[in-house]
Design a protein around this ligand. Structure first.
Ligand code: MG
Length: 380
């Protein structure tokens, strides 16, 4: 079996709240007649530079056509050489992610097995999820977000992740009203400052919010300020979580500073299923906790997250990929399912996702960052 063609389809999906997201769907064909799908998820993050999809498609065909999809290690080596690791938010990892997911989809379909069974099997049945409540800037934002909580609670989610740091008064008021309204029925398990705070602000905010109770504190300060991360970690009693974007960064956190307790690993930021598994294995070897993070993917890459999350050695805290619930539009005939607050691994060969080609064509739209500039990159 050899890769015979790679096609890239840029799409835009609307969200129930906030601005739409752009993704590139990857379709890889083989000479055996098996087609795999991957996704470069949510390119709508900074930097506001979009790839030339036609040129990227030509490059990927030059690079990968004629290769065996079974040679996952070789394919990842080639991808890493041509699309080298970038800082968090860079788009190279998304290119690697799209190709690697499609390759695993092919391998599963070729052997009639779910991807999960090819990368370690079912360590757990599903992935426990916390639903995200995006950052609030004004007291006026609280009511609508409490309604989001009520709605998701009715759908079986009782754990939530709160994005914080725009205004500590608003964050504390939300925690207070959340607790008074929902009591024991719902819990904020994580607060996430997305790296927006100084060390002093991060510690100050933790002191204000800690009495309300949560399991972890994510990205309290700029993630490249590893000493700052370590200082926050020494100053608070909650475990610190951080997005791991490269193996170099993972080693730095482990070796130099021991700056975090939890590796937040996603196929998007790591650059695919293979890359995510390497980071999760590394965390396991270093004795660090893990969760599956997200940039918010459609059902293709969310399925990849589910296969990784179900099969990885350890998963200690609630994960947060919920793209199939956030997006009004999705490319799957049947979206990834969430039951009783757990993300389920789709059944069937490969990713277990059947792409709706008609919907894919409807969603096709040239990539542009202009909407994101207008939105001021407010998306969580
Ligand atoms: Mg985060």
């Amino acid at each position: 079996m050899l890769i015979s063609n790679i096609e890239l389809i840029p799409i835009v999906t609307r969200r129930h709240e906030h601005h739409p997201s752009a993704h590139v769907i990857v379709r890889i064909e083989t000479d055996a007649g098996i087609t795999g799908y991957g996704e470069m998820p949510d390119l709508s993050h900074a930097p506001a530079i979009m790839p030339d999809v036609g040129d990227l498609e030509l490059c990927l065909n030059d690079l990968l056509r004629g290769r065996r999809p079974q040679n996952v290690t070789e394919i990842n080596k080639v991808l890493n050489a041509v699309f080298p690791g970038t800082r968090f938010g860079g788009k190279s990892s998304l290119v690697r992610c799209g190709v690697d997911i499609a390759v695993w989809d092919i391998l599963g379909k070729a052997t009639n097995q779910p991807v999960c069974d090819l990368i370690g099997g079912h360590s757990r049945q599903g992935v426990p999820i916390c639903y995200p409540i995006f950052r609030m800037k004004r007291m006026d934002d609280i009511d609508s977000n409490l309604e989001v909580v009520a709605g998701r609670l009715a759908q079986g989610f009782d754990c939530f992740r709160l994005y914080v740091g725009a205004d500590p008064d608003v964050d504390e008021a939300f925690m207070d009203r959340f607790q008074r309204r929902f009591g024991d029925r719902a819990r904020i398990v994580a607060i996430d400052a997305s790296g927006l705070l100084s060390v002093k602000e991060a510690i100050g905010l933790w002191k204000r919010l800690h009495p309300y109770g949560f399991d972890l504190y994510e990205s309290p300060v700029n993630r490249y300020d590893v000493e700052g991360l370590a200082e926050v970690r020494r100053s608070v009693s909650s475990p610190i979580s951080e997005h791991i974007h490269s193996e170099e960064y993972a080693f730095r956190l482990i070796k130099e500073e021991r700056a975090v307790d939890i590796f937040n690993v996603s196929v998007s930021v790591a650059g695919g299923i293979t890359a995510a598994r390497r980071l999760l294995d590394l965390a396991d070897m270093a004795g660090l906790a893990c969760l599956i993070g997200t940039t918010q993917e459609t059902s293709i890459a969310t399925a990849a997250q589910a296969h990784v999350g179900a099969s990885c050695p350890r998963l200690d805290y609630h994960s947060d990929p919920v793209g199939p619930l956030l997006y009004i539009d999705d490319v799957a005939k049947e979206r990834v399912r969430f039951v009783d607050g757990q993300m389920l691994v789709p059944e069937g060969a490969g990713l277990g996702i059947e792409v709706d080609e008609a919907v894919l064509e409807e969603l096709r739209k040239p990539l542009s960052s202009r909407g994101d500039i207008d939105a001021g990159f407010l998306r969580g």
